[in-house]
Design a protein. Structure first.
Length: 179
């Protein structure tokens, strides 16, 4: 090697050492803040958010076999993940009333059993820090099916509490069977 090549190599080596040593002089990088993932859906013409952690999955275009005379909001049964599951219309459970035809999407939730909550439109997902979730004051005469809201685009979107909704469905089914 010529002395010119050697001095270039030594300069490069010294630069690498300096850069390596400087990394220890810097404060440690901050860990990213925990994020909560939400799925955005439309049911009964209203936009809602569902915590992804409360979902067992999403399904689209599933055949739903109607079951007349069931509890409020029951659309019927659908075959999902190798089993028949009850499918309820999310809009009806939220008090928006039933609409004509079956919604296209199913949000799957598992408590004791897998249950499908049908909704009209999937609008994507969002990851937000915990401080972006706002607590809501429930109306005194209602069972709150949404205790929180998040800001999406330029508006607040209610975050549905799937365990509460499924509990309300189970209670409704129990009352209907006792009649």
């Amino acid at each position: 090697m010529t002395s010119e090549n050697t001095s270039g190599f030594e300069r490069h080596l010294a630069e690498l050492r300096r850069a390596f040593d400087e990394t220890f002089a810097l404060p440690p990088p901050q860990r990213p803040q925990a994020q909560i993932e939400f799925v955005l859906v439309v049911a009964g013409g209203e936009r809602y958010a569902i915590r992804m952690s409360e979902l067992a999955g999403l399904e689209v275009n599933r055949k739903i076999v109607p079951l007349p005379g069931g509890p409020r909001g029951l659309l019927g049964l659908s075959a999902v993940q190798g089993q028949l599951i009850p499918v309820f219309e999310l809009a009806a459970l939220l008090g928006a009333g039933a609409r004509g035809g079956a919604p296209r999407w199913l949000a799957l939730h598992r408590s004791q059993e897998l249950i499908g909550l049908a909704f009209d439109e999937f609008q994507g997902s969002r990851r937000l820090p915990p401080d972006a979730i706002h607590a809501l004051e429930p109306a005194p005469e209602q069972t709150p099916l949404s205790r929180h809201a998040i800001r999406v685009d330029s508006g607040l979107v209610h975050v549905l509490d799937l365990p509460l909704i499924v509990s309300a469905v189970a209670l409704n089914r129990k009352e209907k069977s006792e009649q």
